[in-house]
Design a protein around this ligand. Structure first.
Ligand code: SF4
Length: 243
């Protein structure tokens, strides 16, 4: 009898417990991670290991265990500044912590705060894709020509009529050649109407993260590659527009 009561008490505690997730950090005041001014929640952990990763700390550290209520009240403090903006769930890879990400979006929506995901597009989860207002998908074609994961992801976005913004970190000598740009454009054209150049935003490869790699005592795989300049971006945009 006592045992039964204990079991019931434990179940009730678990049900009542706020969902928890692992995050690396929260940055408020970003103007580049979606519409308007945004708070960005950097989820800990990622399923990829991109050699140009700007946030290596999200890959190699466990992150801080955070419960949804304290995170939401922290984000809610900035609600007055959001206007057109909102919260961006980024990382790391936010799709790796499905229940926490879904609970966070739902709690923020309940407070009238808009959300978007920044994702690597390798986890085509229909529920997550459907949860936020739009998705920023960074296509990683620097080391691989395999675009199949994005096909699956974009097909689900189209099925749900979700807005997708494609980004692509332009790395000189890796993915700024015509062949790679042509493949990227073909991928985007297959799923989204209009010109691919309207959907793709090139992000310049930068090495500001080198210090983070040094702090983590891990080599920065792209240390020997030059940074991407404005000319490189213009050239890639021109190629894209003239395809
Ligand atoms: S997907 Fe993003 S967070 Fe993950 S390794 Fe690549 S750049 Fe880093």
């Amino acid at each position: 009898m006592e045992e039964e009561k204990d079991k019931r008490a434990t179940a009730a505690q678990v049900t009542a417990a706020a969902p928890v997730g692992y995050i690396d950090s929260v940055y408020c005041g970003s103007g580049v991670d979606g519409n308007g001014l945004r708070c960005v929640v950097f989820f800990a952990g990622c399923n990829l290991r991109c050699p140009f990763c700007h946030n290596p700390e999200t890959l190699f550290k466990q992150g801080t265990m955070t419960d949804i209520n304290s995170l939401v009240s922290r984000l809610e403090r900035y609600k007055g500044y959001f206007r057109r903006g909102g919260v961006t769930l980024s990382g790391g890879e936010p799709f790796l912590q499905k229940s926490f990400a879904l609970a966070l979006v739902s709690a923020l929506h309940a407070k009238g705060i808009r959300c978007c995901f920044e994702t690597n597009g390798h986890i085509a989860d229909a529920e997550l894709i459907g949860a936020a207002e739009y998705l920023i998908v960074d296509v990683k074609n620097q080391e691989s020509d395999d675009l199949a994961p994005y096909e699956k992801f974009f097909a689900e976005c189209v099925r749900q009529d979700k807005e997708v913004r494609v980004t692509n970190v332009l790395v000189p000598g890796k993915n700024d050649g015509e062949e790679k740009l042509r493949a990227l454009a073909a991928l985007v054209k297959k799923y989204f109407p209009g010109e691919p150049s309207e959907h793709i935003k090139f992000l310049p490869f930068r090495k500001l993260c080198e210090e983070k790699y040094a702090e983590l005592s891990i080599p920065f795989p792209y240390a020997g590659i030059r940074e991407c300049e404005r000319d490189d971006i213009e050239k890639a945009n021109k190629i894209l527009q003239n395809l």
